[in-house]
Design a protein around this ligand. Structure first.
Ligand SMILES: Cc1cc2nc3c(=O)[nH]c(=O)nc-3n(C[C@H](O)[C@H](O)[C@H](O)COP(=O)(O)O)c2cc1C
Length: 175
């Protein structure tokens, strides 16, 4: 097969999107931890959960690409903050710039999906991180609370689930 869907997921929301996308497209599906040679595919769809702005597994996986001139690369992030918010999308893209080669950043189609969080399932490290971020976030003046900060405050220590398979159409339409 010439097409592959690769995902980086810690708690499963990105994996759910990736599995549904594989069902709808018939493409091969693999976790970034199990990719053999990414160079053998013509169409690469990477889905990664956002962790402090980093896209899980993306840098490690896509840096192995040697020549992308004949390839279609689609990268979709999965985060908690609302991706319909323009500032949020810009912030995500700015951070992605430092995680990708110039060639890939400029030629890939970059899209954004919304995931979810369940604090009862977070590991100790992530719980501690979110606790520190929350303390900072609640003390910010109102005008400094962007979509990312607001989403974080609203969902802190709770369960929130924004996975919407209809939003996969933005990926399917750009294949
Ligand atoms: C430690 C930590 C950092 C996170 N950082 C961000 C972030 O920078 N931006 C964002 O939108 N969501 C952030 N999230 C939320 C995750 O992106 C969200 O839960 C996503 O659905 C996780 O994907 P997964 O379930 O596939 O692991 C963070 C979550 C944790 C636990």
């Amino acid at each position: 097969m010439n097409e592959i869907i690769i995902y980086g997921s810690c708690y499963g929301t990105t994996k759910q999107y990736a599995e549904e996308l594989a069902k709808r497209t018939g493409y091969e599906l693999v976790s970034y931890e199990d990719v053999d040679d990414v160079n053998t595919y013509k169409t690469i769809i990477y889905l990664g959960g956002l962790y402090a702005g980093g896209v899980m597994g993306m840098k490690k996986t896509l840096k192995k690409l040697t020549d992308i001139s004949d390839k279609k690369i689609i990268i979709a992030t999965v985060g908690l903050a609302d991706p319909t918010d323009k500032e949020n999308r810009e912030n995500i893209r700015n951070k992605m710039k430092s995680q990708l080669s110039k060639d890939i950043f400029e030629n890939a189609t970059i899209l954004h999906l919304r995931g979810g969080i369940d604090y009862s399932k977070l590991n100790f490290k992530h719980k501690t991180m979110m606790g520190m971020v929350y303390k900072k976030a609640v003390n910010l003046p109102e005008e400094k609370k962007n979509a990312e900060v607001r989403a974080m405050i609203e969902t802190y220590d709770k369960q929130a689930y924004f996975v919407d398979f209809d939003s996969l159409n933005i990926i399917i339409n750009s294949i």
